[in-house]
Each structure stands twice: as structure tokens, then as C-alpha cells.
Design a protein around this ligand. Structure first.
Ligand code: ADP
Length: 594
């Protein structure tokens, strides 16, 4: 079947028209001919397939870039489609920065424009040269009450909460867009919630959530912090709902989540959280603001008190005074191979392992806080998932809908682990398999119809059509399609189905729902990928940053993945969204009021 939605024709970009207006009539007889005037098409590879666009040039300039077709994820890829063509036209260059969180889309756009300009006779080497920025940047001073560093989930939760508590807030975000890792996450949020769990027959309690979090981190997590997180997880969902965020009623068990208590937002990926916070911020009449492309570089101290932040933007340096407090919410360091290698003691070698993270997850806040004496905890614990896309390491293309209804098989078609186990346990088992590679196998129970989407806004029909998932009417045919031994695959599924009936499993699996027995059957390839860094800045239950001897650094708060010590050795799936929202909210409130 043809992918209907894949052939979306998107409207001509506004910047194309604008630039046409600005440059279209200009004639500069001194300039050499750069291009052969006309309109040229180019194709590049995005994360979900081809990005097709056309580029209009006159003799001297790129006039317009119009995207014709693409199949990238809305919300996540939008900034790349807006910013990259604009930057190319503004700078008359191919040497533009990629947009964080949309790396593959960005590269696809750049490749497509390059192809079109090549066809137009452009000098690609010259167009890809970085122009040196020889203008001297001025230093600007800003004063506000609360500065939040990082516009991911934790930072934006903190910003909203600080404003709710009466403060003027400035959020600094180093990338060209908000959202960080939060916006590209699967967005499952663990909370004990009888109103949704009971109708599904799920028994749960705050104590069970506490216990599983504590034991899932090998009893190394800070029990006071875990208690705050599990007790506030559901009230924080209610807080988000009062701001208009919507969650589905269906509760699932997320990979490595150990229990069915994960809430999924109605909007795809983590876009719902970010949109909700940004809607709030945009309605504050400027009392809360976000500065993009502005990287915090230093925390400014006066004695034991943080009084401000130094930052750098595209056109200026900033010295920002924060009269009430600073919240560090810069996320983890999963995208920094250097930092991973500096701290990792758990895994053999993480140098060549891809990551689910956006490129800005480089541990900046950890370095800034360390510089002023903050204590770091648990830095050696780095979480990998067995669920990376083999090409990109990202979570997109993951066909699982919940833990209960899928199995993992290796290249021989054999199961090899309890697929409901902890993330570290499953990934360690995957590293033992041939080529560190596995197939997720499931059936129609996960996709009652072909247009049902996974947690990354991709329908199974699209994934199969793109060759990113395989579909067959029998397990034997599926085995042939994916190149595994058919007898082994059939035996693996029979073993799982027996577990569904009897609750006994050779790998100790306990989480079941339906048998895998209904065609069509599906398979998708997965490899290990770096996902989350458990370690970071030590904070107390009020999110105040601590030194090694337990002293509070005044006016300094931290929340989200930048902090350490909550999850011990291994964070449960679904606990990050609870963590960043619960502690982000507390940090914002305290920065505004303490
Ligand atoms: P969390 O889940 O803890 O909120 P995210 O990864 O979602 O973490 O968000 C962290 C945000 O912080 C990202 O948007 C990232 O680009 C931003 N960030 C990281 N370092 C800096 C910095 N030095 N200055 C400003 N923003 C930063």
C-alpha cells in the first residue's frame, strides 16, 4: 500500500517569498555569476525517508527554498524546516548549523539544497566555507529575578512555576529551539493514578513505585528524593492538566518501567509538555521569557551565593543578574563522548555507541556547577537502552507499544532475556548477542489497524513501507523476511505464549497481556544506544545545590537530568518525566520564594 501521509506537500516557505521580495530585483553588475538562474530540485535523506525541495536562484543569489515533500515528525522537525532554509538564504551559504533534536532532518535539508545548488552550477566548496565572524561582540547587562538555564522539560517547568510564584523569569537556551531531550523522548510518565489504573484492573501504590525505583537503582538512590518524586508524580500530572495538557487514559508499562503506571500524552513524543509550558510563558506579557541561541557559560558568585549568570548569544555577551535565584536545568551528558569516557565504569566502551540524545546534551550545567564547588554524584552510571535505531541510535522506528505484548529475538531467532527487566539488564544481555543486534517481534494486538502509531508518531504502515519494520502473515514468513531461523522464531513465540498461559518463563518474565498469535506479525531491528545519565549535581529535596560537605550553595537550584543521586545505578523507564516535572516545579517555586 502507498503511504498516503508521506506525500504531504507542504506550503511554500514564507522566507522564500520574503527573500524573493528582498533580493529578487537587485542587480549588482560587479558580482561574478554564481548560479545559472532557475529553479532546481534536490533530494536528501531525513530520518523517515526522502526530503524533496526546490531551490530558486538568480545569477548571484539563492532566492527561495521550497520544501516539496517530506515525512519527518511534526513538532520535532518543524524548526529545521523553518530555520535552515532561512539561515541559508540570510547568509547565502550552505555552512549553517544543524538544528538540535532534528539532526537528520537538518542534514537531509542541507544535502538536498547542496544537490540543487550543484545542479545550478554553484561553487559548493565556496558555499560550504564557514564565514568568519569578525564583528566584535558587545557585552550587555540584564537584571531579572530568576534565571533558568536550559529550556527542556525541567527548565520550562521551573520557569512556569517560578512565574506562578510571582517571579520575573528569564530562560536561557543554547540551541535554536526549546525542548532538549524532553521533546524527542517517548514521553511516558510514571505516576500512581487509580483513576486511570483501576478501570484497567491495575493494582498499584506509592510504596510499590518507591520500592521499584529504589531497587531498580540497586538501592543507591536517595530515598528522600525518591519519596518526593513518587508522591508528587500524580499531583504534577494534575498541575500539567490544569494548564491544558492532555494525557491518554490508557496506562502502559514502558520499557524498563517494571510496572503499568506510564501515562502517555495525547500529543506525540514530548511535544505536549513543551507546548504546554511555552503556551503558559507566551501568555505572561513578557514576565517570563526564553532567549534562544544563548549559552550560559558561568555562574556568578558573591561569597557563597549565586547572583547571576554569564552567557553568550549570537550577537552579544550577557551578564545577567538574578536577584532571587538561578535554576540549572541543562540536562545530561549523553551526547558528549568525552564526558561519557571520563566517567563511565559500567560499560566496556561507549566511544562508538550512538545516542538517543539531542546534540546539546553535553553536560554544561554539570561543569558550571562543579566549577563553583557543587558536588557531583553517580556520574559513572550511564543508562543505555536496547532500543536504538541501528542507523541513527534514536528511538524513532521503535515498534513496541508496551512491554507486555512483544518479545526480543537475536539474529538466530532465539529469545535471550526477560523483556520486562531493567534497562541495564536487557542492554547487557543484548551486548552478548551476535552483532549486538535484536529484533522486536509482536503481532496485531499492538497494531489493531495499520494506521495505529507508535510513541514516535509513526504508523506501522509507514514504518513497513519505509523498510524500517517488517510484516508477514505467518511467523515463518516473518522469519524469512528478517533472515532468522524459522523454527527458532516459532519456538520463541510458543515459549512466550506458554508464559502468558502459565506465568512461568525460562527468562523469569512476569509482565504479560496477550499472546503473540494473531496475524499480521511485525518485526523491527534494534541495537544498544546511550540514553540517560543518572549522575550529576547533588541537590536536596528542595532542589538546592550542595557542596561535597553538604553546604547549600545559596540561590542555586538544579532539576532534571543535570542532577544526580535520585535514580541510583539505573533509572526506571517512565521516571524521567516524573523527575523533571516534579523537581523542575519545586526548583522554580523555591527560586522565586526562598
Ligand atoms: P531535562 O530533561 O532535564 O529538562 P533536556 O535535555 O530536556 O533536560 O533539556 C536541557 C536543555 O538545556 C536543552 O534544551 C539544552 O539545549 C539546554 N542547555 C544545555 N546546556 C546549556 C547551556 N550551557 N546554556 C543554555 N542552555 C543549555
Amino acid at each position: 500500500m502507498k503511504k498516503k501521509q508521506m506525500k504531504r506537500i507542504i506550503s511554500v516557505l514564507l522566507c522564500g517569498f520574503l527573500m524573493f521580495f528582498m533580493f529578487g530585483c537587485k542587480a549588482d553588475t560587479d558580482t561574478d555569476t554564481m548560479f545559472k538562474a532557475g529553479t532546481y530540485e534536490g533530494v536528501g535523506k531525513g530520518i523517515h525517508g526522502d526530503i524533496k525541495l526546490e531551490v530558486e536562484v538568480d545569477d548571484e543569489k539563492i532566492i527561495g527554498i521550497n520544501v516539496l515533500e517530506h515525512d519527518e515528525t511534526p513538532g520535532v522537525s518543524d524548526p529545521a524546516f523553518e530555520l535552515i532554509p532561512k539561515a541559508m538564504i540570510d547568509g547565502q551559504t550552505l555552512a549553517v548549523d544543524i538544528v538540535s533534536g532534528a539532526t537528520y532532518t537538518s542534514n537531509g535539508i542541507i544535502d538536498a539544497v547542496t544537490q540543487a545548488l550543484e545542479a545550478a552550477g554553484g561553487d559548493i566548496a565556496k558555499l560550504t566555507e564557514k564565514k568568519s565572524d569578525d564583528t566584535e561582540k558587545e557585552t550587555k547587562e540584564i537584571s531579572t529575578e530568576v534565571v533558568v538555564i536550559g529550556a527542556g522539560g525541567a527548565g520550562l517547568a521551573a520557569a512556569v512555576s517560578a512565574h506562578e510564584n510571582g517571579a520575573e523569569v528569564l530562560v536561557l537556551e543554547k540551541m535554536g529551539k526549546v525542548g532538549g531531550n524532553t521533546i524527542i523522548s517517548g514521553a511516558s510518565y510514571n505516576a500512581v493514578d487509580p483513576s486511570r489504573q483501576e478501570p484497567q484492573g491495575i493494582e498499584d501504590s506509592i510504596d510499590l513505585h518507591f520500592q521499584q525505583t529504589y531497587e531498580g537503582g540497586d538501592k543507591l538512590g536517595n530515598t528522600d528524593m525518591i519519596r518526593i518524586m513518587v508522591e508528587n508524580a500524580y499531583p504534577t500530572i494534575q498541575w500539567l492538566e490544569t494548564m491544558g495538557m492532555q494525557f491518554n487514559d490508557h496506562i502502559h508499562t514502558v520499557l524498563g518501567g517494571m510496572w503499568p503506571r506510564a501515562h502517555s500524552p495525547v500529543k506525540p513524543l514530548g511535544t505536549g509538555f513543551i507546548e504546554t509550558f511555552m503556551n503558559y510563558i507566551e501568555n505572561t506579557n513578557g514576565e517570563a521569557q526564553v532567549m534562544l541561541n544563548t549559552e550560559a557559560t558561568e555562574l556568578v558568585m558573591d561569597g557563597n551565593k549565586v547572583v547571576g549568570v554569564k552567557a553568550e548569544g549570537p550577537d552579544a555577551y550577557y551578564e545577567i543578574t538574578a536577584t532571587k535565584g538561578v535554576v540549572v536545568a541543562t540536562g545530561g551528558f549523553g551526547a558528549s563522548v568525552e564526558l561519557r569516557n571520563e566517567y563511565n565504569t559500567q560499560w566496556a566502551d561507549l566511544t562508538n555507541i550512538k545516542t538517543t540524545n539531542h546534540p546539546g546534551a553535553t553536560g554544561d550545567g554539570i561543569a558550571m556547577a562543579k566549577e563553583i564547588g557543587a558536588n557531583l554524584v553517580g556520574m559513572e552510571w550511564i543508562q543505555l537502552l536496547p532500543m536504538g535505531d541501528p542507523e541513527t541510535g534514536s528511538l524513532s522506528g521503535n515498534i513496541e507499544q508496551g512491554v507486555e505484548n512483544r518479545i526480543f529475538v537475536n539474529k538466530d531467532g532465539n529469545r535471550f532475556v526477560d523483556e520486562g527487566a531493567r534497562r541495564d539488564v536487557m542492554t547487557e544481555a543484548l551486548f552478548e548477542q551476535k552483532d549486538n543486534f535484536m529484533w522486536v517481534v509482536l503481532d496485531k494486538h499492538s497494531y489493531p489497524t495499520e494506521d495505529v502509531k507508535n510513541h514516535f508518531n509513526e504508523s506501522i504502515e509507514e514504518l513497513v513501507a519505509a523498510g524500517r519494520a517488517y510484516k508477514a502473515d505467518t511467523l515463518e514468513e516473518l522469519a524469512e523476511l528478517i533472515g532468522v531461523d524459522a523454527d527458532n522464531l516459532v519456538k520463541a513465540v510458543e515459549g512466550f505464549n506458554k508464559g502468558v498461559d502459565e506465568g512461568i518463563d525460562e527468562f523469569g518474565r512476569t509482565l504479560y497481556e496477550d499472546k503473540i498469535d494473531t496475524a499480521p506479525y511485525y518485526a523491527g531491528a534494534r541495537v544498544p544506544t546511550v540514553h540517560h545519565t543518572m549522575g550529576g549535581i547533588e541537590i536536596n529535596t528542595e532542589t538546592q545545590v550542595l557542596t561535597a560537605d553538604g553546604t547549600i550553595i545559596e540561590n542555586l537550584y538544579a532539576a532534571g537530568e543535570v542532577t544526580g543521586g535520585i535514580h541510583g545505578t539505573n533509572r526506571l523507564g517512565g521516571n524521567a518525566l516524573a523527575d523533571i516535572n516534579v523537581f523542575g516545579r519545586i526548583a522554580g517555586r523555591n527560586a522565586a520564594t526562598k
